[in-house]
Design a binder for this molecule. Structure first.
Ligand SMILES: [Zn+2]
Length: 342
């Protein structure tokens, strides 16, 4: 439960949890106000760390708050190896085992998540695999694989996209239905099972894979620098700490600059945002035009160029992009949210 104090709250209608940048992870819930100065709202399952706004029913909106830290929901129970399913089973239906490779997946990863299954006992004459959005039970992808021989293992993989568009972050689950020639069917899970073959999909991964801190005031976006202001946020880590792409996409620039050191700019797939990584210990092995997946190693933390202490200088630019008409914006709320789950 979120408790809110302020003024003018009697007209509050909903609270919007803005999460990271972009609207994909926004969550709105109704707010109940006891008075003009106090209100409360239930934190929804999918809300992630970020600023909040409060809106009235007429559509006017408060200024955003500072980011509010929200712990991610506990991940679903893992079942990475095949195990017998808990779902409904008609007499004479095939016996089904399923497994799901991970409980946490990322949009734009090379292989977000893999679902495997095996049928035994009776043969299956029809198979359906659905990927269901757990929040409302709606299937968003389905597969009808050819029936497999009894005892054989098959799998389907999902890359976090639906019709080439990134799916919204949240919890998803695979569901298998196997029917015998007589029509007796077995399902891998009960309707409403939030755990079986479920995983949480996130839209970014934290780029520094090791111990890190967010520095002091000088590390912040907008901090004073000689002749300009700081256009990113500095994330301090051990020299050589691995660095990965927070979001996959296309490499736009890979260069060395006297101030930035070794740097790389990645145009994030489906985000309208450019991701900039500076002071890498060595040049990234990727070249302009290369495709990079979310979570793929792109280099390591260094202090090349004008840097004091090993750190990642990280920038986010809105469209049309980095030094191409776009503008940098404060990446800290996003970094803090990503750090919370990855
Ligand atoms: Zn910096």
């Amino acid at each position: 439960m979120l408790k809110i104090t302020g003024t003018g709250l009697a007209s509050a209608n909903e609270v919007v949890f803005h999460g990271s940048f972009g609207r994909g992870d926004d969550e709105a819930v109704p707010v109940s106000s006891g008075s003009d100065r106090r209100a409360q709202a239930r934190v929804p399952m999918g809300a992630v760390t970020g600023p909040l706004t409060i809106a009235t029913s007429e559509g006017s909106e408060s200024t955003p708050t500072l980011p509010v830290a929200i712990l991610p929901p506990p991940p679903p129970a893992p079942n990475p190896v095949l195990s017998p399913v808990p779902g409904p089973h008609d007499a004479g239906a095939p016996d089904v085992e399923t497994g799901t490779s991970r409980t946490r997946a990322f949009v734009g990863a090379r292989k977000a998540v893999t679902f495997s299954y095996r049928v035994s006992g009776a043969a299956a004459s029809a198979l359906t695999v659905q990927l269901v959005r757990v929040s409302d039970g709606v299937p968003i992808v389905s597969w009808t694989p050819d029936p497999l021989a009894v005892g054989e293992v098959q799998s389907v993989s999902w890359d976090g996209r639906v019709d080439n568009v990134a799916a919204e972050p949240g919890r998803y689950a695979f569901r298998l239905t196997a029917a015998s020639a007589t029509g007796a069917s077995a399902q891998s899970a009960q309707t409403g099972d939030l755990e079986r073959d479920a995983f949480d999909l996130y839209d970014h991964i934290f780029p520094v894979r090791g111990k890190h801190d967010f520095g002091g005031e000088g590390a912040q976006f907008g901090a004073g620098r000689a002749g300009h202001s700081h256009q990113g946020h500095d994330v301090f880590a051990e020299c050589g700490a691995p660095m990965v792409a927070a979001r996959g996409g296309r490499v736009q620039f890979k260069q060395y600059h006297a101030a930035a050191g070794n740097y790389v700019v990645i145009d994030g797939a489906g985000t309208d945002v450019d991701y900039v990584y500076m002071h890498l210990a060595e040049p990234t092995p990727f070249r302009p035009g290369d495709r990079v997946y979310t979570g793929q190693p792109i280099g390591s933390v260094g202090e090349t160029g004008n840097a004091r202490g090993c750190h990642l200088h990280f920038e986010l630019w809105n469209k049309p992009g980095w030094y191409d008409g776009g503008k940098p914006f404060d990446p800290f709320p996003a970094l803090e949210a990503w750090d919370g789950w990855s």
